[in-house]
Design a protein around this ligand. Structure first.
Ligand code: OXD
Length: 306
């Protein structure tokens, strides 16, 4: 029985790592599948669903990335789909969010422009203790991002569908409270996944609820933002700036006006890459669990899309 590995990058390195971590398994390197019926575990980011039927003894699909929308709405076999929840990835996303929020909070954009004009002029800024960070989507990654800011002394507000009761966090729940949440924040970090409920959630009404000086950072999914509404809101002066690590089409096409918007900074979906060193160990541990007849985790709930 075998593990089939299909990584979009460095597939051979992933295969070598799984051979090292799981020496009792045959590990096959896509597309060289010797005996499809022997494949028990498929480790992948995306895979053609129409190819799945030949893996007649498949026991689980293990994702190589945090996002799971590629598994939804497709005719995949009825086996557990195990998400990748790597704390090291969440930590890196938190560092990304901190770096961009502080960039704007501490006026680094202005200082960069000033340097080009040899201007030496100190600007006042709002200290961390008075600068509220809003986490839009308070799941595993959102919590980690919030904790990173809290550790630096920022007050934290969190918006989610179901709420929470962690002490020290101002919780906002559901569509009735999203406007109040956005209005309360100096920076909003969007960590929402792509689901039918989140599609287009950040539209012109929602941006109009934000404060004029606020910063919007998207490290969740591009589909959660109506990009034309965001561009117009920024031109209208509310919020002040946006950082997009994810966009509705990736790579962002060269003709997209988002590239040239004066108040948008773009990075290429780089806030938290999957790292072989940590991710392969988590996936291998889940394969061990499955071998022992235990539940792997976290399993994608196909009914709510995450
Ligand atoms: C993602 C990832 O899901 O990079 O965005 O893992």
């Amino acid at each position: 029985m075998s593990i089939l590995v299909q990584s979009p990058t460095d597939n051979e390195r992933w295969v070598d790592e799984f051979r090292r971590l799981l020496p009792d398994h045959d590990v096959e390197c896509w597309p060289d599948v010797a005996v499809p019926a022997a494949v028990e575990y498929l480790v992948m980011w995306r895979h053609d669903p129409s190819d799945m039927a030949r893996y007649t003894n498949l026991r689980a699909i293990l994702s190589l990335g945090a996002g799971v929308e590629q598994f939804l709405g497709t005719d995949l076999p009825d086996v557990p789909i195990v998400r990748l929840a790597d704390p090291a990835m969440a930590d890196e996303m938190a560092v990304y969010a901190v770096s961009w929020v502080t960039h704007f909070q501490r006026h680094h954009d202005v200082y960069l422009a000033d340097q080009a004009k040899t201007i030496w002029k100190e600007l006042p800024y709002t200290p961390a203790a008075e600068y509220t960070i809003g986490i839009l989507g308070h799941g595993t990654i959102g919590r980690c991002v919030g904790q990173a800011f809290a550790g630096l002394g920022y007050p934290i507000a969190a918006w989610s569908r179901t709420g929470g009761d962690e002490p020290g966090i101002e919780h906002y729940v559901g569509s009735e409270q999203i406007g109040a949440f956005l209005a309360a924040c100096d920076a909003v970090i969007n960590v929402l996944p792509n689901t039918p409920d989140t599609a287009g959630l950040m539209n012109s009404d929602r941006f109009a609820s934000m404060q004029p000086h606020a910063v919007f950072v998207n490290i969740g999914r591009g589909s959660t933002v109506v990009e034309d509404d965001l561009a117009a809101a920024l031109y209208a002066g509310r919020p002040a700036a946006a950082v997009l690590d994810v966009t509705s089409i990736e790579p962002l096409p060269p003709e997209s006006p988002l590239w040239k918007h004066p108040n948008i900074r773009i990075t290429p979906h780089s806030s938290g890459p999957t790292r072989l060193g940590t991710a392969a160990r988590l996936i291998a541990a889940n394969i061990d669990r499955l071998d022992r007849g235990e539940q792997p985790f976290p399993i994608l709930d196909r009914s709510n899309g995450y």
